[in-house]
Write a protein that binds this ligand. Sequence first.
Ligand SMILES: NC(=O)c1ccc[n+]([C@@H]2O[C@H](COP(=O)([O-])OP(=O)(O)OC[C@H]3O[C@@H](n4cnc5c(N)ncnc54)[C@H](O)[C@@H]3O)[C@@H](O)[C@H]2O)c1
Ligand SMILES: O=C(O)C(=O)C[C@]1(C(=O)O)C=C[C@@H](O)C=C1
Length: 364
Amino acid sequence: MTTKVAIFGVGLIGGSLALCLKGKPGITVIGHSPRPGSLSRMIERGVVDAATLSMEEAALDADFIFLCVPVGNLEEYLEELYAMPLKPGCIITDVGSTKASVAARARSFSLPGVHFIGGHPMAGSERSGVDAASTLLFENAYYVLTPSPDVPEDAYSRLEKLLAYTRAQIVRIDPVMHDQIVGAISHLPHIIAVALVNQVCDYNDNNELYRTLAAGGFRDITRIASSDPLIWRDILLSNREVLLSLLRDWNAEIGNFIGLLEGQDGEGIKQAFEKANLFRGELPERRKGAITSLFDLYIDVPDTPGIIGQIATELGVRHINLSNMQIIESREDVPGVLRLSFRQETDMERAKEHLHSLGYSVYV
Ligand SMILES: NC(=O)c1ccc[n+]([C@@H]2O[C@H](COP(=O)([O-])OP(=O)(O)OC[C@H]3O[C@@H](n4cnc5c(N)ncnc54)[C@H](O)[C@@H]3O)[C@@H](O)[C@H]2O)c1
Ligand SMILES: O=C(O)C(=O)C[C@]1(C(=O)O)C=C[C@@H](O)C=C1
């Protein structure tokens, strides 16, 4: 028996889900977009088994429908879907970054045997579109599901079982609580990143050295400022009340720093960094596969030609499995830092020992 999975909006998230599900036993993935250009792109990238401009064709007989469109379009899709003769047992889910509004809207519809279960993979990127999709995007990430109390357990379990192909860890959370928490750890950081970049952009209008000197710290904290403006417009407006309250708390937090500086309170500044260091150091190490792996090593390396190849070869001949390497802020005249990432702690330990024995400065 075939399981038909329809994906509406095959961009970064929809395309990554499609890649996780396509080719799995008994699963057929159908992509839907109202735009011919998006349709040909998803076919060219090979993320779906078939694609259609027709919403009805995609939804017909579907066992699962994933809404992977911008948050501002979710409710109109729900409305249209619930007006169609969907297959009894069909599960509609979404991947939107806010959950309360879509959950409330879904409660106003009903179709026999059809259930809505809100979802939100806590993984993503500042990139968008199907070209940025990856099978590894959700690996090791948390994937939030927000079923309303009337969703039968067997429907929830069927979705959970399908999502096992993403290799994400499923967590069940109330939609209102989700928006409160994700507002603080995802939406507020995006606002802060954009505000900071725009502040520096204005200074840079009078002195281009701002852009020239922007280095690791600025880049680390502002990567997400490059996120898609329309996707984020919708997210922020959908979580408006929560964000207004968080921004007031943020003002107080910044006001605290103003007070510390005005009072030349060195002890207070030190304590603020210590508190942040402690909390950040305790963040779970479970991170997404596409971008980082679980165990990282840092090595000081002279920036000479061939050095990276030499290190990779040293590890390769010893069958030490490396999953990623990256040079951090390397320039011609200074030593660079090379980050080596491993999936297994034992590989990291063996690499540390071996590179140390070769005379490299290695640290975890
Ligand atoms: N980007 C992230 O990091 C991230 C992470 C988790 C969840 N999300 C959520 O996933 C959803 C999709 O975001 P994305 O990052 O994949 O964006 P994306 O731009 O990569 O993909 C969006 C897709 O929806 C299509 N689309 C846009 N407007 C449409 C419309 N009016 N009707 C039909 N299709 C339309 C686009 O063609 C595209 O295929 C959003 O709801 C977002 O909140 C994003
Ligand atoms: O890693 C990123 O670039 C992201 O912005 C991913 C991120 C996040 O803020 O963590 C962004 C939006 C999502 O809804 C979930 C995850």
